[in-house]
Structures are given as structure tokens and as C-alpha cells.
Design a protein around this ligand. Structure first.
Ligand SMILES: *Cc1c(COP(=O)(O)O)cnc(C)c1O
Length: 376
């Protein structure tokens, strides 16, 4: 059994993907081939946003967006304490300070009440200047943007939606990557929509942001490639990766999102009452990047993981360390305690989740968990 079965997906899409890759090789347009623009148009249309700019990875996407807002030394950017390292790393790499905000223990996402408290703490101290908030759509579930956007407006902060795990999710009829002033995603192979290497994208309705990002991602180019008007970097998506994503996008929209939702429902039905299953608020849809359950304590979680492992069921702990306890952030000012994030790092366990997980496997996994918890 695989934790995320990319081989099975390839078997099903083999002809389309192979043809798509071959067409890039036949054309030799490995950099900035026509597939790049085709993909950007389709992604923007799907997310319901004016501009999509593809780039090298989701981390670059975050830091380029922060740069476009002039986020720099002396600025505070609010990030959830419970997320993948890159969310906060992008803030530090621009010279700003990530301020860790505790999360909600049912959705795993940034807690708006704690967010406002953290903003007030930073303002009261008067050293850092609050500039932006990066809510993360953790494990595929959109963060509570109604509340977060209100707080942002009140304090005049930008909202950067980190949808690296969230592409395909929604709130009501609005799709992920359309909730903030700008959004980013990642096409790392194991993300909901993944390519066969690294890749990322930025989404925004703002025309100036679009031009700025297109310049700094290409060495700060001006009106043409060899006119350089500012210091930028090199951050492109390869044409082959765009071709692969084009081949995958249709089935992702038409089938895969529906399938992962069914799988999550089946897990929830079978595990309810045994463990805490993921909470999806009304009108929210997750893209189910992860299916993450909560156990009573670290011992129960670790023992269950070992038991599943001995039965050849792969599981992962996302994330074993809250950001504020990461060595890289030692000495970083902490404006609030993050007890929920600390608890979650000890109690969460992510189970196999992907569109090609069959019912038999789900029942096998759920039965192991039920039997283990009954007997322990
Ligand atoms: C994966 C991920 C990123 C970084 O994406 P890369 O493409 O790997 O650079 C950023 N934020 C979150 C929440 C992620 O899960």
C-alpha cells in the first residue's frame, strides 16, 4: 500500500501524459513553451482569478509575493504555528519576522481570535510593523477567510493565501487560490495537483502584481529579456511540467476531487467514535491533501503508528514540531503561546489518502485502527 499512489495515477493517465511530454520534446521548447501560458490561463479560470503566474516552486511563489508587497526587515508577517516550514521560511528569507499564531484544534487552521491577539501584541510592543498575514489551507481545507480578511482590513494588512496543499478546495462557490489579496500553490508531486518535479504558481487579480512577478521571476526583466530594470531571480516552471499538469488537470477537476471526498467520508464513517476525524465546516470543501486523525496523546499516536506500520500501512506525522520550536527559529520573538499547535504535533496522524485508494484498503486501515484502539 502507498501513502499517496502516484504510480496508479500514471498508469491511468499514461497515454495522455506520455503524449504531452513527447510533444514538448518534439518541439524543443523546454523553457517558456506554449504549454506554460495555456496552463496559466486554465488555472486562473479554474480558481476564478484574473492572473496566474507559474514559477519554480511553492516556496519561491510565497517569497516573490512578499517581495512584491515590499515586505522586508522590520516587518511582521503572521503565519500559523502549525504548518510546513516553508510558510514561515519565506517570511524570514525576505528579512521579515514570522509571528506564529496558534491554530484551531478542529480545522488545524489559523485561529482568527488568536490572530487578532497577536497583531495587537506586535502593535503594543511597537518594534515590528505588521504587514501581512499568510493563512494556510492546511491538509486541503481552506482557512476561515471571512474572519481573517475582516481582521486584515481592520489593521490594513495584506492577505497571502498559502494554498500549496489547498488547490481544488472551496468555500461556497469560491475556489481556493481566490481568497486573499494573492494566493500561491505548489505542484510538488504529492500535493493535490502535482507535477513530476518541482513547480508552483501565484494567483492574483492585481495587474501590477502580475507585471512585477513576471519581471522578478525572470531576472528583473523590463520590456524584453535583455533589459533588466531590477534585481530578480530565476523562477520558472519547466514546459514539460506544464504539459504534465495540463494532462492531469481535467481528471483532477472531473474525478479526483470527487473521489478523495468520498474516501474522506468513508474514513469518517468507519472511524467516528474511535478517533477524532477531520472537521470540515459547513459550505467548506477540502482538497484532501492529507487525511489527518487525532489520537488521545503522544503515546497512543506513536503506538498506533507503529502498529499500522507493522501491518504495512504507511502513515505520516504532519507536523511533528510546531514552527516556534524549530531550531531555525530559535531566538525568534514569540508573541503568543501556541498550546493547540503543541498538542496537535503530539496527537496527529495522517493516513493514506489519494484518489486511487480502494474501498477494501480503507476498510482494512479502519479495521486495524478500531481493533487496535479497542484492545489497548
Ligand atoms: C509544500 C508546501 C510549501 C512549499 O512548496 P514547494 O513547492 O515544496 O516549495 C509551502 N507551504 C505549504 C503549506 C506547503 O505544504
Amino acid at each position: 500500500m502507498e501513502f499517496r499512489d502516484l504510480k496508479k495515477q500514471y498508469e491511468i493517465l499514461k497515454n495522455t501524459i506520455d503524449e504531452s511530454i513527447q510533444s514538448v520534446i518534439d518541439s524543443s521548447k523546454f523553457i517558456n513553451g506554449p504549454q506554460i501560458r495555456q496552463l496559466e490561463i486554465k488555472l486562473a479560470e479554474y480558481a476564478g482569478v484574473k492572473h496566474c503566474i507559474t514559477c519554480a516552486n511553492g516556496t519561491d511563489a510565497l517569497s516573490m509575493m512578499l517581495a512584491s508587497w515590499g515586505v522586508t526587515k522590520g516587518d511582521a508577517v503572521f503565519v500559523p504555528d502549525f504548518t510546513f516550514f516553508a510558510t514561515a521560511e519565506a517570511v524570514s528569507s525576505e528579512g521579515a519576522v514570522p509571528v506564529f499564531v496558534d491554530v484551531d484544534d478542529r480545522t488545524f487552521n489559523m485561529d482568527p481570535i488568536k490572530l487578532e491577539q497577536a497583531i495587537k501584541e506586535v502593535l503594543k510592543e511597537g518594534i515590528l510593523i505588521p504587514k501581512a498575514i499568510i493563512p494556510v489551507n492546511l491538509f486541503g481545507l481552506p482557512a476561515p477567510y471571512d474572519e481573517i480578511n475582516n481582521i486584515a482590513e481592520k489593521h490594513n494588512l495584506k492577505v497571502l493565501e498559502d494554498s500549496a496543499q489547498g488547490f481544488g478546495g472551496s468555500i461556497g462557490d469560491k475556489k481556493a487560490c481566490s481568497f486573499g489579496d494573492a494566493a500561491t500553490t505548489s505542484f510538488f508531486p504529492a500535493k493535490p495537483l502535482g507535477c513530476y518535479g518541482d513547480g508552483g504558481a501565484i494567483f492574483t487579480d492585481n495587474d501590477e502584481t502580475d507585471s512585477y512577478i513576471r519581471s522578478i521571476q525572470a531576472h528583473g526583466k523590463g520590456s524584453y529579456k535583455y533589459e533588466n530594470i531590477q534585481i530578480g531571480r530565476n523562477s520558472r516552471l519547466d514546459t514539460i511540467q506544464a504539459a504534465i499538469l495540463l494532462a492531469k488537470l481535467q481528471i483532477f477537476k472531473d474525478q479526483e476531487l470527487g473521489k478523495v471526498k468520498e474516501i474522506a467520508d468513508t474514513y469518517a464513517k468507519l472511524l467516528d467514535g474511535y478517533v477524532i476525524t477531520p472537521h470540515v465546516p459547513d459550505s467548506y470543501q477540502s482538497s484532501w491533501a492529507q487525511y489527518t486523525i487525532q489520537l488521545k496523546n503522544k503515546k497512543e499516536r506513536d503506538c498506533l503508528q507503529q502498529f499500522l506500520n507493522s501491518n504495512k500501512v504507511p502513515t505520516m506525522i504532519y507536523y511533528p514540531t510546531p514552527l516556534h520550536l524549530q531550531k531555525a527559529f530559535e531566538g525568534n520573538p514569540l508573541y503568543q503561546k501556541c498550546p493547540v499547535s503543541e498538542k496537535l504535533s503530539n496527537t496527529v496522524l495522517s493516513l493514506p489518502m489519494h484518489p486511487y485508494l480502494d474501498t477494501e484498503s480503507i476498510c482494512f486501515i479502519a479495521n486495524l485502527i478500531r481493533n487496535y484502539l479497542k484492545s489497548s
